[in-house]
Design a binder for this molecule. Structure first.
Ligand SMILES: Cc1cc2nc3c(=O)[nH]c(=O)nc-3n(C[C@H](O)[C@H](O)[C@H](O)COP(=O)(O)OP(=O)(O)OC[C@H]3O[C@@H](n4cnc5c(N)ncnc54)[C@H](O)[C@@H]3O)c2cc1C
Length: 261
């Protein structure tokens, strides 16, 4: 069984993100693998090491200089990697991103499991995994905190999902799409050999034609305007007083004076 892992490249959380004239730029650090996707890659490698998967394949969508994410996956140890890149995918929303990724997944045989990170730290919608599952017509199980069982012969997967209400155990039929949480494993650090392999790895680039993008699928959500987060000017005033009662009375006076109460 092949396990596919979808890996996104994002700015480093330490980057200085700036917006000028609606263009988002980030400086000071190189882009990185989306932190949630390290856990997705690690889970695919662990399944292979347990003999439950034969091949780990990483897919990323972006432009040709957005390969830091997938290079990290190669350095961690995935067997194969592919970049889906096409001018038609520039500024893609999640609908177009999920279309491109699902078209790429269809090109591989024996895919039993597709693993996503819970979300990307830049777009942050958490929508892509569910949309890819819908497009492929496969089960989708999000917020997976543990894979309890994977029976390739019977064609089933049993997972534990971590929800606000508590843990939920679900059994699904393969092929399945999952998104994973950070508590699922401890990602390995790429070894020196892994890093060298990644630096020499020729990453195949698949165009829109290669994955048979449907021209009718276009972005529905556009970002007409991107602006800096407004800076809130605030101040705090410490209410002095010898007793709590005195402080409370002074606070009430101020709130009345400011017409808050
Ligand atoms: C420069 C720029 C311009 C953009 N312009 C627009 C715009 O005009 N309109 C709009 O709606 N959105 C825009 N986006 C956001 C873009 O649509 C989303 O980043 C993208 O669709 C993925 O959604 P997300 O980031 O919310 O990922 P999530 O859904 O939060 O990601 C969940 C998981 O999906 C997988 N994944 C996500 N993206 C990829 C990828 N590219 N390759 C492989 N796996 C992936 C990863 O496993 C990730 O952990 C823009 C993004 C960028 C960087």
């Amino acid at each position: 069984m092949r396990v596919v892992v979808c890996v996104k490249e994002t700015p480093d959380t330490a980057a200085n993100i700036e917006v000028s004239e609606g263009i988002v730029t980030w400086s000071g650090t190189s882009p990185v693998i989306n932190p949630w996707d390290e856990y997705a890659v690690e889970e695919s490698l662990l399944l292979k090491e347990k003999g439950l998967a034969t091949v780990c394949t990483a897919i990323t969508m972006g432009n040709e200089d957005t390969c830091e994410g997938i290079k990290h996956a190669i350095a961690m140890g995935v067997d194969e990697a592919v970049l889906v890149s096409d001018p038609a995918l520039a500024k893609a929303d999640t609908l177009l991103t999920s279309h491109a990724l699902s078209q790429a997944i269809r090109r591989f045989d024996h895919v039993g499991l597709v693993i996503f990170g819970r979300q990307a730290i830049d777009g942050d919608t958490g929508q892509t995994a569910v949309q890819v599952g819908r497009r492929l017509g496969w089960n989708t199980l999000t917020y997976v905190s543990k894979i309890l069982a994977l029976d390739v012969i019977a064609g089933t997967i049993t997972v534990e999902r971590m929800l606000e209400q508590g843990k939920q155990v679900c059994i699904g039929r393969l092929p399945t799409v999952i998104s994973v949480l950070k508590c699922i494993n401890e990602p390995r650090y790429p070894s020196f050999i892994g890093l060298r392999r990644a630096s020499q790895f020729e990453i195949p680039v698949w165009s829109g034609a290669d994955v048979m993008l449907d021209p009718a699928v276009t972005s529905k959500v556009t970002w007409p305007e991107v602006s800096n987060v407004p800076v809130h000017a605030g101040f705090a005033e410490i209410i002095e007083g010898t007793t709590a009662q005195e402080k409370a009375e002074k606070l009430v006076e101020k709130l009345i004076a400011d017409k808050v109460i």
